[in-house]
Design a binder for this molecule. Structure first.
Ligand SMILES: Nc1ncnc2c1ncn2[C@@H]1O[C@H](COP(=O)(O)OP(=O)(O)OP(=O)(O)O)[C@@H](O)[C@H]1O
Ligand SMILES: [Mg+2]
Length: 231
């Protein structure tokens, strides 16, 4: 479904991604792993058009994304939950969700009901400010906002970072449900190993901007964990 092909990327003089290939098959949940600073967020931002690539290609169902700007990419069916959630604290829950709607003609800017079925708390808090929500509620809002475009591919960057353990479990259940029951393809960046194992079908490990391992989640063994994941 999504193919990252030989991507090179630099911030000014320092090269961050090196000939990076990642393949995200339709219907699966792929977990992108690696220690802090290896380039996980950078490649997601390249996919979303928020960071420029130097060379290589990124294809969604065979079509290059590079000729579409960052505003167009969500409309092509990609939902993005950025690291740190990035909700607007002064806007209400409803306004935050509306920000996720692609710019369409007026009158067609409704938030799909299934989002409130998934996250009833967002309905209860529709008129509260984003900044007044708990961390877990803000994460639900960020996921809800990514879903308003009815994406086929959902990309999440460390959705459990700074979230209470009981909510982590809930977020895991929701990602699984979106993937296994609603059929969304998922690309998840995650550093918590039990969480990655629980929701992921396959893994891809980055180290200093290069892909160093990939495979089925069941094949993620102690050697790889020790070499590339634990600190
Ligand atoms: N806007 C930027 N300008 C310059 N350098 C950057 C920028 N964003 C990230 N970097 C650098 O690029 C490298 C990769 O960063 P990135 O955020 O992609 O890593 P990450 O794997 O997502 O890390 P983490 O697990 O901490 O979120 C790091 O060395 C980081 O300092
Ligand atoms: Mg990151």
């Amino acid at each position: 479904m999504l193919e990252v092909q030989a991507i090179n990327q630099s911030y000014d003089e320092s090269q961050t991604l090196w000939d990076l290939d990642i393949s995200i098959p339709e219907g699966k949940c792929t977990v992108l792993m690696g220690r802090n600073g290896v380039g996980k967020t950078t490649i997601l931002n390249c996919i979303m058009g928020l960071v420029k690539v130097a060379s290589g290609d990124i294809k969604l169902n065979g079509e290059s994304l590079l000729k579409h700007d960052a505003e167009q990419r969500p409309r092509m069916g990609i939902g993005y939950v950025p690291q740190g959630r990035q909700i607007f604290p002064m806007l209400t829950v409803q306004e935050n969700l509306e920000v996720g709607l692609p710019i369409r003609e007026k009158g067609d800017r409704t938030i799909p009901d299934f989002i409130f079925d998934l996250f009833p708390v967002l309905k209860e808090m529709l008129h509260r400010r984003g900044g007044d929500l708990s961390g877990g509620q803000q994460q639900q809002l960020a996921i809800g906002r990514a879903l308003v475009v009815n994406p086929k591919l959902l990309i999440l960057d460390e959705p459990t970072e700074g979230i209470q353990p009981n909510i982590v479990q809930e977020i895991g259940d929701i990602i699984r449900m979106l993937n296994k029951e609603m059929g969304l393809t998922v690309l998840l960046v995650e550093q918590k190993l039990p969480f990655a194992r629980k929701v992921g079908d396959q893994f891809c490990i980055l180290d200093r901007g290069r892909r160093v391992a990939e495979g089925e989640m069941d094949d993620l063994d102690e050697r790889l964990i020790k070499e590339y994941l634990t600190v």
